[in-house]
Design a protein around this ligand. Sequence first.
Ligand code: BG6
Length: 520
Amino acid sequence: MIFMPETKEKELTESQPSGAQRVPAPCVMVIFGASGDLTERKLVPALYYLSRAGLLPKGFSVIGCAKTPYTSETFRDKMQQAVKKYLDVPSSDYQAVNDFTQDVHYIADDFGNPTAYDQLKSLLDHLDNQRGTGGNRLIYLATPPSFFPVIVGHLGSTGLAQPKQQGETWTRIVIEKPFGRDLTSARELNGIVNGAFKEDQVYRIDHYLGKETVQNLLVFRFGNGIFEPFWNRRYIDHVQIAVAEEIGIENRGAYYEEAGLVRDMIQNHVLSLLSLITMEPPAIFEAGAVRDEKSQVMRAIRAIPLDRPSEFAVRGQYVEGWTEGQKLPAYRAEPKVSPQSTTETYGALKLFVDNWRWADVPFYLRAGKRLPKRISEITVKFRRAPHLLFRGTGTTSIEPNHLSIHIQPDEGMSLMFNAKIPGTTMKIQPVTMNFRYEDAFGAAPQTTAYETLLLDCMLGDPMLFTRADFVDLAWELLTPLLNRWKEDGRKGLSFYEAGTWGPPEADAFIERDGRKWQEL
Ligand code: BG6
């Protein structure tokens, strides 16, 4: 993302005319949790993309840290395998895969062990001398969240959190979600993080914000003159945000039992989408201004009434089901999941944004695991035409218009409106006007979303990262509901067959308001 600087730190990166692609200043990336799933699936493929695009700085080096007893050579092999496994790399590019992993190091140690940080410090100094990495460090926490406080604490106490030379080098930390598990723990974690790092060094990542279609929401809303006039309660009846996943919880039973759908998807990804759809135009296109508006709109979301939670929220869990003739296990039968678990794998919420623009417009959010397909979509449903002019022609109702924003897959947008079917009678049918990335730009976005965010972090651009106040507001909204669900246990938990669109209670939930879920 091209941006205007938020902090002084920016001046430390190479400056180029606005709009030009910039290459970051030399740096080392330190990955805690280097032997884990996230590193293999997302970070390494993203680094490869950046390397292929010539966007990694000269001398760029990676240091992996984890307890798994790898050597630097094994880590290098694993990185190469990950690129080949997760990206469609033709064999003609294998040399590029080898080149990109040329300068890779690994420290096998316990994150709680102070000696690991001594080793890290000397390796970083060594790389600065050998590779000219200039003292700049990007530290990435790709570990389970329970390790965040201990790692941050050690980085602080060993001085590794501080820039090597104040004012001349930078040190930034990327912290994965979930940031805390409720309001109290998120505030505690923030306290620990801010004890070691200044806020402008902290990059809380939500990879949805790196998706092309999500970045495009700002351009769509504020780069076009025709949409803004009807982007409000006068023209919009309601908005739906759906994030459906076909996969189950994969091998993450232990994590998921603690998290559940709302903490895993809604607290971060779905609320980020909601804020981009509802925020006011920022005064300038600059990280601070954009993030101010996102937080501002979060403040306007009405608290969920806990005396009647079922009117505002539905939670479900998948039971055994089928897909394409294949049996899918129940959530409770997944490894490391309790057979009595009441953790939700599906959630639907109705929220209101109490401000002048959105008063009384419901926002229906839903997300779930083991639904029929992977699809993320925002649907803006407009109000019905005020008068049915065509009644006399046998037309008894006309579909209200809607705009669908296809986040993934099949990235694009479509506007549904009504048209006359050609012929001698007045018959009306909904049609769509489509924009597809593939048609307009020759290809759908081929990214993991992480490369944009990693690059932004190296360049010191925090616009697409989540600021502490946003995290706090998101937890403030959801913690009371999560506590209430915990108290209720099995009471109020609905079930759905794996491979279906969620529990019947979720359909009844929206139908009670005279509306329907948009077909995905
Ligand atoms: C992650 C969640 O943040 O997002 C996962 O922890 C989820 O449970 C994933 O599967 C979905 O991301 P995407 O980019 O595949 O929609």
